[in-house]
Design a protein around this ligand. Structure first.
Ligand code: ZN
Length: 282
């Protein structure tokens, strides 16, 4: 894809991020790899909802500006670190989506096995420790997780996603915010039911079927050892006793209320029951 088309795509993604409330004012930044040692990047101090293609900067992987009237993003160092650590990554998106950022502020990682689509696309979403924005502290904090994760929260700051192309990096940002909203609602309703470890491993095997090259496998959930976050992902999933996503409903005999409890059947269900009973009588 040529650089002009990518400039236009960055504008489109910026508009979507702003429209969805993932950024306020001049927050957030986007970059795309356009060559061996060339990045296309959003400029400093512009609202992501009102960018134009010619505003973008071109830098090298050391952060030297090669083209553009404006200066590159104030979070350029974080983007450069990602490209250095992940040759497979071609796009980086940073934003402050409010629900995910709320989890980052509360210090709650999105690392529970809750939704199949999150487990297959992102796996776990850890929190990189707090670092002063725009300083070299932030790339250092991101370095801890970026080799094994395509998305992470940034403590007291926001979220970061990466991908093989711009839209896949952006969609991961949507997935993180969507997941954060669902997790929040589940917590308000009493807490998440977790997917069992066996199912998590089954989903991981399915990644190949969907053509998803996950950055790292989900590692064994062994609380006694501390897995290296650079090489594997930690997902909270209980050892299952063969159980699937949700426990099987309790049999009718154990229903509260006992044998005099009123139940409701559809006409089709009632007919099926009667037919079965008639068959049994024959
Ligand atoms: Zn930020």
């Amino acid at each position: 894809m040529n650089a002009d088309a990518l400039r236009a795509d960055i504008v489109k993604v910026g508009r979507r991020m702003y429209a969805r409330g993932y950024t306020a004012s001049n927050d957030g930044n986007i970059s795309v790899r356009i060559g061996e040692n060339r990045l296309l990047m959003t400029p400093k101090s512009v609202c992501k909802g009102f960018m134009t293609p010619e505003m973008m900067c071109i830098t090298d992987l050391d952060g030297r500006k090669l083209e553009g009237d404006r200066d590159p993003s104030s979070e350029m160092l974080m983007h450069l670190e990602v490209y250095r650590q992940r040759p497979d990554v071609h796009a980086v998106v940073h934003a402050h989506p409010p629900t995910a950022t709320g989890f980052a502020v509360a210090g709650i990682a999105l690392d529970k096995a809750v939704l199949a689509e999150v487990l297959t696309t992102l796996g776990s979403i850890p929190i990189a420790r707090y670092a002063t924005p725009s300083t070299s502290e932030l790339p250092a904090a991101v370095r801890q997780y970026i080799k094994a994760h395509d998305g992470m929260l940034l403590a007291n700051h926001g979220a970061l996603t990466v991908g093989a192309d711009l839209f896949s990096a952006y969609y991961k940002m949507e997935t993180i915010e969507h997941f954060a909203k669902i997790s929040l609602v589940a917590r308000l309703l009493g807490g998440e039911n977790l997917i069992a470890r066996e199912e998590v491993l089954r989903l991981q095997d399915l990644r190949g079927t969907y053509g998803i090259k996950a950055p790292a496998p989900i590692c064994a959930d062994d609380v006694t050892s501390s897995p290296d976050p650079a090489t594997c992902q930690v997902v909270q999933a209980p050892a299952g006793d063969g159980q699937r996503l949700v426990p099987e409903p309790a049999p009718m005999a154990h229903a509260p209320g006992g044998p005099d409890e009123e139940i409701r059947l559809t006409y089709r269900e009632l007919s099926a029951l009667i037919q079965e009973a008639v068959k049994a009588l024959r």
